[in-house]
Design a protein around this ligand. Structure first.
Ligand code: GCU
Length: 360
């Protein structure tokens, strides 16, 4: 047995390729059924279910800057208006497209600030990528509000299985995706969803439940993101319960607060749903709260899903990466940066290099 395999065995993970009832998953047909089962597990015990109400979306351009970023890009502000039979919500995002490229690929970027890509937009545009940047709290605020604001209005919160905030932010991203799918000036076969930290957790949920993203990028998403819970160091389920992050998840999730070994899933289930689309996970060596080793092992454990499609998942030597290592060969890309918890220019550059290599 290889070293990484033995590290995974030690984690005692629930089996990806076995149905809850016990039979093994065989072939693509079996996997397709297992995917549905995993989505159900994650909705019920982790993220909460999305609203079942029909929501209609209409996008309105409310502003345009034809000479943004020193004349290199066109930036539009778009207001998305969402209506159901009972409620209404609305949030803005910005879409910046480089003028030098016809039909650029794009990042849907979940942003911590209202500035495009948290202020590094020009660098991304210079590489020939468009950016649709949304300030996450415009979708729904990140504090306890009883789901009275923004998209929360489409489904009130129950203590069990209704959507947590991660699911709501992911729903917001999918509305932006719907809007972009109708834009002729974008390469709709190359739309990535990306976020850092809590927004990396959000990006993973978005990519796991919506196969239209060609690439899902999670930077240092840690607990509730890419990192396996079993055997994890740093942040635990109990820590997630103790703070504002409690609202990010379904209430049911916290039943497993002190019995992680009984959790009916682990995070390699979430990652595996992204297959066969590309996935990129990045970690930082001093980000001990997130736990880089558990983020990495989760990618190793998810690769079975890629193999079912005849794709290579993570291509890695048989040991844990060291700071500075970049693994770009497979359908799952990974890098480990030196330093602490942060979305750095270096991270963006690696992610862009991965997109270029795989044309996603
Ligand atoms: C806290 C939280 C993490 C989260 C991070 C962030 O550190 O404990 O789970 O990822 O905030 O989103 O910045």
């Amino acid at each position: 047995m290889g070293y990484l395999k033995s590290e995974i065995t030690k984690r005692n993970l629930p089996e990806l390729m076995r149905f809850c009832a016990g039979e093994p998953v065989e072939g693509l047909e079996g996997w397709n059924r297992r995917r549905v089962e995993i989505q159900e597990l994650l909705s019920r015990w982790f993220s909460g279910y999305s609203t079942r109400i029909q929501v209609r979306m209409e996008g309105r351009c409310t502003g345009i800057d034809e000479e943004s970023f020193g004349g290199k890009a066109i930036t539009k502000t778009v207001q998305l208006n969402l209506t159901s039979d009972y409620s209404f919500a609305s949030f803005p995002f910005q879409i910046a497209l480089p003028k030098a490229i016809k039909n650029p690929p794009i990042f849907i970027y979940l942003s911590f600030t209202p500035a495009i890509a948290d202020g590094v937009g020009e660098e991304i545009l210079d590489h020939g990528y468009g950016i649709a940047s949304v300030y996450y709290q415009d979708i729904v605020p990140d504090y306890y509000d009883g789901h009275q604001n923004g998209l929360g209005r489409f489904c009130t919160r129950n203590p069990y299985d209704s959507w947590g905030k991660l699911k709501l932010w992911a729903f917001g991203a999918s509305q932006i995706l719907d809007y972009i799918m109708d834009q002729e000036e974008v390469d709709i076969s190359r739309i990535a969803v990306m976020g850092h930290s809590r927004l990396g957790k959000t990006a993973l949920l978005a990519g796991a439940f919506d196969s239209r993203y060609s690439l899902t990028v999670s930077n240092e998403s840690g607990a509730g993101g890419a990192a396996l819970f079993r055997g994890k160091t740093g942040e635990s389920i109990r820590d997630l319960y103790g703070k504002g992050s409690r609202l990010w998840f379904a209430g049911n999730f916290f039943e497993y607060m002190d019995r992680v070994e009984e959790l009916p899933f682990d995070q390699h289930f979430l990652l595996s749903l992204i297959a066969p689309n590309h996935l990129y996970v990045s970690s930082a060596v001093q980000d001990v709260w997130a736990d880089p080793k558990s983020e990495f092992l989760s990618c190793v454990a998810a690769q079975r899903a890629y193999e079912i499609y005849g794709e290579r998942g993570l291509v890695t030597p048989d040991h844990f990466p060291e700071a500075g290592d970049v693994l770009h060969e497979g359908g799952i890309g990974y890098h480990l940066r030196k330093g602490t918890h942060y979305l750095s220019r270096y991270d963006w550059q690696q992610i862009i290099a991965y997109r270029e290599l795989h044309h996603v």
